[in-house]
Design a protein. Structure first.
Length: 95
């Protein structure tokens, strides 16, 4: 899994992925403190994440192993919204 910060949304007038109500987010990969890496991806949102939130991202085969994405052309999904990251006893990120 990767860490990423939601920086926007992606709208497509057509696509071949048949997922009703699908919401796609622009995600900037980040470090454990929420600092940008400047490396972006588009992820299907499964948890209702909002702009500015730090999230867990699953990619590749893992992204296609949920009830919503089985056998779909999905490469990245948001699977969790992070509230706190504690690294060796120090809080590096808190919502």
């Amino acid at each position: 899994m990767l860490l990423g910060k939601i920086v926007g949304t992606v709208v497509s007038s057509s696509n071949s992925i048949d997922i009703a109500g699908a919401k796609y987010l622009l995600v900037d990969k980040c470090n454990q403190g929420g600092k940008s890496k400047g490396d972006y991806l588009v992820a299907l949102d499964l948890v209702g994440a909002n702009r500015g939130e730090v999230v867990f991202i699953a990619e590749s085969t893992s992204a296609r192993e949920t009830p919503e994405t089985t056998s779909k052309a999905v490469d990245a999904i948001v699977v969790g919204i992070i509230d706190l990251i504690d690294e060796s006893g120090t809080v590096t990120y808190q919502k």
